[in-house]
Design a protein around this ligand. Structure first.
Ligand SMILES: *Cc1c(COP(=O)(O)O)cnc(C)c1O
Length: 422
């Protein structure tokens, strides 16, 4: 990878596209159109993934079966609704490196962050802190602070934040590990956003998890920007829990469902508290409608409600593509695609642009974050040229070349526009 020689030319980008074993997946997605019906250059998969063309068919199937069967659709629909979430289990497990019993798709992300903290943030007098990154996503800040208050704690003392060193934008693994070592006995929960939404930094999951465990902490990850982006091994790495959304890299549509991972060692442990609802109850006896809760022996025990089938249908259309492409192949292309964008950005030699995402491909996903003077203006100029990316105040522009549907020519064309405007 490091020895790979990129050339910032159109013919070189075409050559890479021709050799790309995943090139046909692009045709499976709808790209927004800009003037003269030209397709946009989409670099915003970190925020909302494109619509798989098959999503409509999947959703329509459930609408048709709802019309045809009404309540009997729970058992008689082509894809019966009663076990519908199970249709996602195998592919979700493959996606994050888990056993099928360890994953479930349910609710939305911030809701699941809270449900996971109900189970895995159990502060005591001595051990009560939550360790997060200073640039965590706002919802994660709000979630941990409100959890601390819920336990009668002051977030000022209960929330421990990891800050980059002065003059640096991202965290050094050594600093994260040394903080865990020095503060570990007071930390109840380590909860990091991986990939970090703002900087694009990917944390070292096995090293952080191991360091946390050696201090007796529980370790969870918010994988909103990691699932479908990084090659994850949650079971092997012994992560305690993780949760993510499916509308970013998983392309399941706006506001779509969240996925949850709970490590096998915590399943069926009656000492772990949990907020419970009927969909977590033993599925064979759910309709006996007994008041005594009999939990599923899997991550499904954390389910509360019967799930939204239409939204799950859209997710199924996307998961089929991940199954066909495989995360291993996607990640391989992703390193090349993002490496190409990095090469182009570096060759601009612009003083008004600073890439804050780590240069080491092992410390990032597909997203590159640039600190740009007048970033909002640049984003608007690019938008007028048909580039969709995003700006985060005060000065960050994020570009995410997504290996499932972006091409090397997309990246080359973006580079030409950047050259024109910076
Ligand atoms: C996108 C994102 C969220 C959004 O949460 P929702 O509950 O799905 O609205 C939360 N946390 C992180 C880290 C995110 O990237």
């Amino acid at each position: 990878m490091n020895s790979f020689k990129f050339e910032n030319t159109s013919s070189f980008s075409k050559k890479l596209d021709n050799k790309d074993p995943l090139k046909n997946f692009r045709k499976e997605f709808h790209f927004p159109k800009i003037k003269k019906n030209k397709e946009c250059l989409y670099f915003c998969g970190n925020s909302l993934g494109l619509q798989p063309k098959k999503a409509k068919e999947y959703v329509n199937q459930e609408l048709a079966d709802w019309a045809k069967y009404a309540v009997h659709g729970h058992f008689e629909a082509k894809n019966p609704w009663y076990p519908y979430h199970e249709f996602l289990t195998e592919s979700t497990a493959r996606l994050v490196g888990a056993k099928p019993s360890e994953v479930v798709v349910m609710n939305t992300l911030s809701v699941n962050l809270h449900l996971m903290m109900v189970s895995f943030y159990r502060p005591t007098q001595e051990r009560y802190k939550i360790l997060i990154e200073s640039s965590a996503f706002p919802s994660d800040h709000y979630a941990v602070a409100s959890q601390a208050r819920f336990h009668g704690l002051d977030p000022e003392t209960a929330i421990l934040k990891l800050f980059p060193r002065k003059g640096e934008s991202t965290l050094r693994t050594e600093d994260i590990l040394s903080c865990i070592e020095s503060e570990g006995k007071k930390i109840a929960l380590i909860l990091l956003g991986n990939v970090n939404f703002l900087t694009g930094q990917a944390f070292n999951i096995p090293a952080i998890t191991q360091a946390g465990h050696s201090q007796g902490c529980l370790v969870g990850f918010d994988l909103a920007h990691g699932t479908g982006n990084l090659k994850l091994e949650l079971h092997k790495d012994e992560v305690d829990f993780a949760t993510w959304c499916s509308y970013k890299y998983l392309n399941a549509g706006p506001g779509s469902l969240s996925g949850c991972f709970i490590h096998e060692k915590h399943l069926s442990n009656p000492s772990i508290p949990r907020f419970e609802g009927w969909w977590g109850h033993n599925k064979h006896k759910r309709f006996e409608m007994k008041p005594q809760f009999d939990p599923m022996p899997t991550a499904e025990a954390w389910q509360l409600s019967n799930p939204p089938i239409l939204q799950m249908a859209a997710l199924r259309a996307s998961m089929e593509l991940f199954d066909r492409a495989t995360m291993t192949a996607l990640r391989k292309k992703s390193e090349l695609l993002t490496g190409f964008l990095e090469h182009i950005i570096v060759s601009l030699e612009s003083k008004s642009i600073e890439m804050i995402t780590p240069k080491n491909p092992q410390e990032r996903g597909c997203q590159l974050s640039l600190k740009v003077k007048n970033g909002k203006t640049l984003e608007e100029k690019l938008k007028n040229e048909g580039v969709i990316c995003d700006f985060r105040a005060p000065d960050i522009i994020r570009f995410s070349p997504v290996p499932l549907y972006n091409s090397f020519q997309d990246v080359f064309k973006l580079g030409q526009l950047l050259k024109k405007y910076v």
